[in-house]
Every structure is written in structure tokens, then in C-alpha cells.
Design a protein around this ligand. Sequence first.
Ligand code: NIG
Ligand code: FE
Length: 420
Amino acid sequence: MSLSFYGENKSSSISADGVWTNLRIAPEAIHVGSRLVEDAVIVVEKGLISWFGLWEHLPPSYQSMNRHDGNQAMVTPGLIDCHTHLVYGGLRANEFSMRLSGASYEDIAQAGGGILSTVRATREASEEMLFASAEYRLKRLLNEGVCAIEIKSGYGLNIEVERRQLRVAKRLGEKYDLFVHKTFLGAHALPPEFEGRSGDYIDYVCNEMMPALAEEGLIDSVDVFCEKIAFTVAETEQVFRTAKSLKLPIRLHAEQLSDTGGAALASRYQALSADHLEYLNRESILAMKQSGTVAVLLPGAYYFLRDTNPPPIEALREAGVPMAIATDHNPGSSPVLSLLLMMNMACTLFRMTVPEVLSGVTRHAARALGMQESLGSLRVGGSADFVLWNFSDVAELAYWVGDQPTCRVVRRGQIFDEIK
Ligand code: NIG
Ligand code: FE
């Protein structure tokens, strides 16, 4: 496939309207069988998919439309990164070195580093600085076919800086014409000014920050870090109750470092997702199944923290819990800028299959954002969000390590080949 390069944002992108021919559609994209659908066509009109199917069935009314030759490219729906902490100040490469010398993630957190060191750097950064650094990272993901993303707050831990993070997330969506799901993670860590007063901080999260930011339209869902080094199950439940009273969906960082029962609690509140889950127990798996909560698996954090206890994939699979895969991009536990690499790691480290990881970054990732009706698969009437890959086998999506694949991204009906 030969590609040309277009400019940086929507103002310089070009319309994808017309008939896309010579495509091979990945089976997961349309939920049929296990083989690529050869000689396929997608028709795009006014930014929406108006028809797709085999070339030989293309209705005559579309035959005179402008054509885009897909050159045998393999097509998937636009990818979705459904768990990131993309907006933050500073870096934590020093902590990487500390961990290589034997300190654990928990040791570093308890000594005032970890999340709190990013909180210090984020509080010092202006909105423009946060925007510029997050934009650089976002472009890396977009160039690999990401068409929708979740971005959490959680490095401000006061209303002014949580708002700054969420505003940056919103602005990134506007600039790149991309669906951004904004998650309020005020209960990520206890800020130093509340030391020894965890209850007071949770009251501040629930009574002041969450209602005000929700009122400003900056919250699409609410998350908590439920863990021994963060917040208890009781504190998590208080946050969930407030979220419910504001009609905000919830999700949870659960069972990453230990089994606290967080995923079961999240299921009782019909969470959209429970994320990490390395220490998830059997009853919680059943609870997740019953509530339709998506298991968001984050192999980047597992790898980067050199964890050795993988999430219970087989039991999740057996129970029929939908599994999504995400980067968990953050400066401490997952400085990952490739969703394709996460697909690779989910296969190699978690023993997931290629179809599983493809639905993990499309269909199930959409469901983790509550957007399964409009994102994550090809559908007539849906937004034209799809990616043309220069791959012959679907497995290549998860096969290459460290490559920058050649792909052509159609997002919201516009063509983006590469963003510098
Ligand atoms: O998903 N576990 C909590 N939150 C992040 C890490 C945040 C950080 O270390 O800055 C995670 O791994
Ligand atoms: Fe996370």
C-alpha cells in the first residue's frame, strides 16, 4: 500500500467520503467467522458508513461515487484505548532506576514518591504545558490507529488541577476530532495536605470536587484506586454512592497489587469496568459477569512493574466476562505509547488469543466506555472510524514488536495518514 501524508489536525485532513474498494475486513470487525472477508467494500457518506459488504453486492447507486482504492489493505474498526492517564506533568524515569535497584512500587509510593511525585509536577505545570506534553503522547497513539480514548484525571487532587487535567483531555478531543471519555479519578492518592485525614479527603472528593466538575460537563465516569496503598473498599463505596447520585457511571482500579474485593464492590454498582485485576478472585469474576462489567487488562503495567501474577484469563474467559486491553499510559507504572504492543503482551504474557485481543481494543473497549452502540465495530449508520493496515494476516496486529506499522486511519469520516 502506498501512503501519502496529510497534515496535523482536522483543518488539514481530507474527507473519506466515497467507496473504499479492495479491502480485506478483519472478522472481529463484523462478528463473522474467523477468516478475513476478501474483496470487501465500505461506503462512506457525510462521515458515516452507509454500506459495507462484498464488491459483487455493491448497490448500483453507489457505483458512480468517488473511489478510494484500498490496495488489499486489511481493515479493522478504529482502535480504542479505554484506560489511560495521558495528562500529567514531569516523568518518573528516576523511579524506574530505583526499582531496578530493588525498591518496589509500593516502597516508592510510601516514601512520598510514586503518584504523589507526579501530583507535584502536575500542580506546577500550566494548562498549556500539560496540553503540549499530552498532545505529543496522543499523536503516537493516533498514528497506530487509535480513534477513541479514555483519559483520567488523578494527578491534581484538588479542584483546580483536576479541572485543568480534564480540560486538557477535552481540548485534545476537540483538536483531533476524536472521542475522549473523561474520567474523574480524584480518589487516586491522598494528597499531602490531607495526610492522616483520608476521610476528610474523600468528603472533599464527594461533596466538592465531583459535583462541581460534573456540573461543568468535565466528567463522563468516576474511578477510584482501591488498594492497600490508596483507598479502602468503604471509601471507594462512598465515592460510588456519590457518583450514582449524580448519575455518573463508575469504573475501578481493582485488585492490582492485592485482593481487596474491589471488583465485587464495583460490580454491585454496575461498574462499566474493573481494571488491572491481577489478584481477582473467583466470586468477583462471577459478580462481574452478572453485572456486565468489562475486565480491562493492562499488560503494560504488569510488565513494567515486573509482576509475576497474571490476571485469571482462563477463568474470565470461561465465565464469559468481556475482556478489554488498554495501555494504562502513565509515568509511573506504564509509560507505554503503543496499543499494538499491548496486544502483543496480552498474547505473550497473558496467553490471550489474537481474536480476543482484537476485540479487546475494539468491541469490548467500546463497552468499557459505555459506547458499544456507536464505537468499536463497523456498522451502517455509525461514524466512519476504521483503519487500513498493510498486513496480510490479522495476527500481525499483535505480532510485530517495536515496529511502526504503516496504516491509514479514517476517523470521524476524515483521512489521517500520519500526524508528525
Ligand atoms: O493504573 N494504580 C494506580 N494508578 C496507575 C499508576 C499511576 C502512577 O503510578 O502514577 C495505574 O497503574
Ligand atoms: Fe491506571
